[in-house]
Design a protein around this ligand. Structure first.
Ligand code: CP3
Length: 354
């Protein structure tokens, strides 16, 4: 039996009955919160926040102090794995993530090894245990990782915001090299998520932010296949509790049926798909998480409330829905908009659960 005071999120992910629809927001700790910007200034920069468990705990807790969220998500980044592989992660001010040593040469690719989470990513495991202590079983803690394909995009391109020319060239010209990178990365992600579970993560999510740039068959072979490999190797239980898993492929609306067969418990949806259609297609198999367009948070409280109601109505009655944004919250979001969203989900969703 869970000791959690609020386990609504875990029940919804497992399609068990709940009293209302639980809600959390992707990137819920971040630059739209003035208190985050203060802590970040104290830490010096973003990576120092991630690498110091005290700071990581502090910023993880910030959105929970403001809003009645149904989950906490570990404050970290998907790029901790390639950083631990020695690629030299850094964030140039205003330009997003970059790597000093992107993967281009066959020799470098062949010498890539999976990091030991207990050693090279100990700061993440320390943050997970410290956050669990601080949460004191109020709500569950979500752990996460990037998908192998999404991590490979950054590892090969060396930065975000590209046209994916380098990785797609490798995919079509040297698929053996890309497969090697994806194999090592899938092994790394499996070890990393299992270590997070052992340190106290109560659900896990795989962010496949860039899977949607692939062709139909390349998606199956170069993204989904490796996520399946991870799901096969994942611990499904810890301390007698089920650990639900969520797969989120941004732009994956065309492939919901195959993602639902991957062995995950829930699918993350971006805002381009109607959640009623998604439920018709895969709702008998998996729970659904999503899918408000984060740009709606730039509108008025009335519009936010109407759009929340539409998604709740489209999903309809019964459990298996976790309310979320269709992608991360923008740094320009007014914090009051998040409050409107969360309160609207809680009050309007009760009638869909009897
Ligand atoms: O949801 C949460 O609150 C947990 C924290 C979290 C961060 N990154 C913090 C962060 C999570 C789950 C991530 C995942 C992540 N990181 C993804 C997958 C999800 C997605 O958004 O698609 C990706 C692609 C990354 C890589 C990454 N990290 C990028 C592209 C950037 C720059 C983004 C930007 O808005 O400038 C980051 C930096 C980052 N990760 C920030 C935060 C709060 C902003 C850092 C800052 O304070 O400057």
């Amino acid at each position: 039996m869970t000791k959690l005071k609020n386990d609504t999120l875990l029940r919804a992910l497992l399609k068990q009955p709940t009293e209302y629809t639980p809600v959390w927001m992707m990137r819920q700790a971040g630059r739209y919160l003035p208190e985050y910007n203060k802590t970040r200034a104290r830490a010096g920069d973003f990576l120092s926040l991630c690498k110091n468990p005290d700071f990581a705990t502090e910023v993880t807790m910030q959105p929970l102090e403001r809003y009645s969220l149904d989950a906490a998500i570990l404050f970290s980044d998907i790029l901790t794995i390639p950083d631990a592989m020695g690629l030299g992660l850094y964030f140039a001010e205003g330009e997003g993530p970059k790597f000093e040593r992107p993967l281009r040469e066959e020799k470098e690719i062949r010498s890539l090894t999976a990091p030991d989470p207990a050693l090279h990513l100990k700061y993440v495991m320390d943050a997970v245990s410290q956050i669990r202590k601080t949460l004191d079983n109020q709500v569950p803690l979500i752990g996460f990782s990037g998908s192998p394909f999404t991590l490979a995009c950054y590892m090969i391109e060396g930065r975000g915001g590209t046209d994916f020319r380098q990785i797609k060239t490798m995919l079509y010209k040297r698929p053996d090299l890309l497969r090697h990178i994806l194999d090592i990365t899938a092994q790394s992600v499996t070890n990393y998520l299992n270590a997070q579970i052992e340190s106290g993560a109560q659900a896990v999510m795989i962010f496949d932010t860039w899977g949607g740039v692939l062709s139909h068959s390349a998606y199956q072979e170069f993204s989904l296949r490796y996520m399946k490999q991870i799901l096969t190797g994942l611990k499904r239980e810890h301390d007698g509790e089920r650990i639900p898993s969520v797969v989120f492929t941004k732009g994956g609306g065309l492939w919901l049926e195959s993602i639902a067969e991957s062995g995950c418990d829930a699918l993350g949806l971006d805002w381009t798909i109607n959640i009623a259609e998604a439920r018709n297609r895969v709702g008998h198999k998996v729970a659904l998480q999503g899918n408000l367009d984060p740009a709606i948070l730039f509108s008025t409280p009335e519009v936010i409330t109407t759009e929340v109601e539409k998604i709740l109505k489209d999903y309809g009655s019964g459990s298996g829905h976790v309310f979320n944004l269709g992608h991360g919250i923008s740094q320009f979001t007014p914090p009051e908009s998040a409050l409107t969203l969360i309160n609207a989900v809680h009050s309007l969703s009760k009638k869909y659960h009897s």
